[in-house]
Design a binder for this molecule. Structure first.
Ligand code: CO
Length: 206
């Protein structure tokens, strides 16, 4: 018996349930994927993209990492963006953070976490950029939640600054980059009201 029996069992039931609703579902899906959305989110197990927006397999192309970062030298993330924009031709790139993010919390601490500190440094950069906004906040939840929001805005900017997105705009492709934040406490998404659809809009972001 597999040690993952629990998962295989659940998988079988899930596939049967879907087939009951739509006998042709997996067959159709195996022919092609044509998602409209690329989702760049946190790896946090409590923020599963398809589930929180209630969409079926095939509807969202997904990249996740700790604290939903878009780092200019991260070939993994950049490859996902390139494939999504150039091959799948998604219409929307969503950067979605979440309040209470562990990665953001860790970045605000002054202790060593090992290898991951190299990754968290990118978040510390966001903090440094906006340091004055934190001056009147206490050390707790407010600080973390503000940095969670500012981090999303910064990553939206990073997405817009990639040559991939800029080239898409230059060739008049319809593509919007959005910044959202999710609240684990009530299951609701909040729009941070950043929706960028052209090169001209980038500089007016701040
Ligand atoms: Co997180």
């Amino acid at each position: 018996m597999s040690k993952l029996n629990y998962l295989f069992e659940r998988n079988k039931n899930w596939a049967e349930k879907i087939k009951k609703q739509d006998p042709d579902f997996f067959n159709k899906l195996s022919q092609q994927q044509k998602p409209q959305y690329l989702w760049i989110g946190c790896s946090d197990s409590r923020v599963p993209p398809n589930q929180i927006v209630d969409l079926m397999p095939g509807e969202i192309f997904v990249h996740r990492n700790i604290a939903n970062l878009v780092v200019h030298t991260d070939l993994n993330c950049l490859s996902v963006i390139q494939y999504a924009v150039e091959v799948l031709e998604v219409k929307h790139i969503i950067v979605c953070g979440h309040y209470g993010c562990g990665g953001i919390k860790a970045a605000l601490e002054n202790k060593e976490h090992g290898l991951i500190d190299n990754w968290l440094r990118h978040i510390k950069d966001v903090y440094r950029l906006h340091k004055q906004k934190f001056d009147n906040l206490d050390n707790g939840k407010n600080k973390v939640d503000l940095l969670c929001e500012l981090n999303v805005i910064e990553q939206v900017q990073n997405v817009c600054n990639t040559t991939i997105v800029q080239n898409a705009w230059k060739s008049n492709k319809e593509l919007t980059v959005h910044g959202l934040i999710y609240n684990i406490q009530d299951g609701l998404l909040k729009d941070l009201n950043i929706n960028i659809s052209s090169i001209e809009e980038i500089n007016s972001l701040y």
